[in-house]
Design a protein around this ligand. Structure first.
Ligand SMILES: [Zn+2]
Length: 156
């Protein structure tokens, strides 16, 4: 019964997390641009995801099925975020990683409507990347569900 409730809770959090547009709590980042500058720098889709906490449609991004070796950087500021050897096949249609590069990503939790949400942001520009869930593989048990639009891939 407890396991079933836990499953339901995780499902609910997953559902809620991908549809909400939370406010960020941190307001100062090393890399900052005005809203107009961001719109000029980024594509429409990148802007929607990174700056407006949007979520691309599953299986619509360029990197969900990317199996090449290399590094993933922030599409907003070029900071290193993820390595290809922590990417795994999640079947969700979004690039999924079980870990990030040290100091590259911060998790901002806020409570809205009684649900805790775990949003992943770039630590350098504050750009919204995606969400973290607790159903990932070992060794972390975490799944960083990241939008392709927030990433640039640099092959090895
Ligand atoms: Zn960034």
């Amino acid at each position: 019964m407890t396991r079933y409730f836990l499953f339901l809770t995780i499902t609910l959090i997953t559902f809620v997390s991908c549809g909400q547009k939370p406010e960020k709590t941190k307001t100062s980042y090393n890399f900052e641009l005005s809203d107009t500058e961001w719109q000029e720098k980024l594509s429409t889709q990148q802007y929607k995801v990174l700056r407006k906490s949007g979520t691309e449609r599953a299986f619509s991004g360029e990197l969900w099925d990317n199996k090449k070796k290399g590094t993933y950087t922030c599409a907003g500021c070029d900071q290193l975020l993820f390595l290809s050897n922590t990417k795994f096949k999640s079947g969700t249609g979004w690039p999924s990683f079980y870990n990030f590069i040290d100091n590259g990503v911060e998790i901002g939790t806020d409570n809205n409507l009684g649900h805790s949400r775990n949003e992943a942001h770039c630590t350098n520009c504050g750009g919204h990347l995606g969400h973290v869930f607790k159903d990932g593989p070992k060794p972390t048990g975490l799944r960083y569900c990241i939008n392709s639009a927030s990433l640039n891939f640099k092959p090895e």
